[in-house]
Write a protein that binds this ligand. Sequence first.
Ligand code: HEC
Ligand code: HEC
Length: 312
Amino acid sequence: MKSNWILILLGGMLLAMIADTIGTRQELLFVPVKHDAADCWTGAGANQIPVDEKGALIRYGRNLIENTAYYLGPNGNVKHISNGMNCQNCHLEAGTKPWGNNFGAVAANHPKFGERSGTIISIEKRVNDCFERSLNGLALDSNSKEMRAIVSYVKWLGSDIPKGTKPKGSGIMQLRYMNRAADPVKGKTVYTTTCERCHGKNGQGQMSPINITYTYPPLWGEHSYNNGAGLYRLSRFAGYVKNNMPNPQNYHTPQLTDEEAWDVAAFVNTQPRPAFDVSKDWPNTKKKPFDHPFGPYGDELSAVQHKYGPWR
Ligand code: HEC
Ligand code: HEC
């Protein structure tokens, strides 16, 4: 009699364990692995976010990426810590778009050693880098609801990517180098014919009528990203613009040639913008990217050549 009870008890525990494993598996499978026709990673959409407490935080994170200024901009309703741009202005479609500077590889590759800071960087630190540089603002407290939400969203988006790998189409595409320097004068022509109608004669962009966020974000001037931001490097700007601008564009049918993308990058990144203290960046000069326009360098090339090329 007694042993029967033990059997029943054990059986129950086994069933509970099986149910639990199935439960976890379903949770993992909740984010479908999506790829486009050319096998590039595409992030899951808002309608796939689970409808529970965890999902609510993830959904708030996605909102913060899309509507950063609404919450955290100069007229934001949570805090005023950024310049009025949205994360999504540069991480398109809430960080889900192939070659649209998406977040596909973030969860699988953090924490990691970051050469720019010379320290181990967490997702929180990487997000704050963009707050301080791309949004020319202030860092969020790691324990704030906003930071927890952004990190939950980024982790959820990348939860199907194996640790240490980068899916095809994640981040920004590296374009082929030209065998000449990128040319701001040629770039100005590209700008006036292809970009100015939205981003404005002085790169100032255009505020939406309700004055909270931009209809067309600024490309230079006091409300734009500062010179410590990723886009200030020509390769990041050129790769981003080639596959995404004039908005909306995708990498299947780009409108700009590689040369036009490099040249317009040189023009825009020659215009005035807020300054950031970059003196402690890239402490190991050997790891400095070829297009980082501030010395000291581990080679004899000038700062001008580092900024505009030609690079080999
Ligand atoms: C002005 C453009 C711009 C804005 C706005 C911006 N970022 Fe970024 N972000 C970049 C660039 C450029 C990179 C570097 C991409 C690279 O090197 O390939 C980057 C990188 C990142 C990364 C690391 C990506 C990776 O694959 O390792 C994260 C995470 C990130 N940004 C989060 C954010 C968040 C959150 C916001 C809003 C608070 C934001 N960014 C706003 C341009 C921007
Ligand atoms: C039809 C309007 C339009 C045109 C033309 C256009 N853009 Fe944009 N651009 C946008 C919009 C809108 C965004 C923000 C996208 C979003 O939030 O989804 C953007 C974002 C950007 C960004 C990242 C955010 C920032 O402000 O730094 C850069 C860089 C950029 N555009 C460069 C260019 C360049 C260079 C050209 C010309 C080759 C160009 N754009 C042409 C509308 C346009």
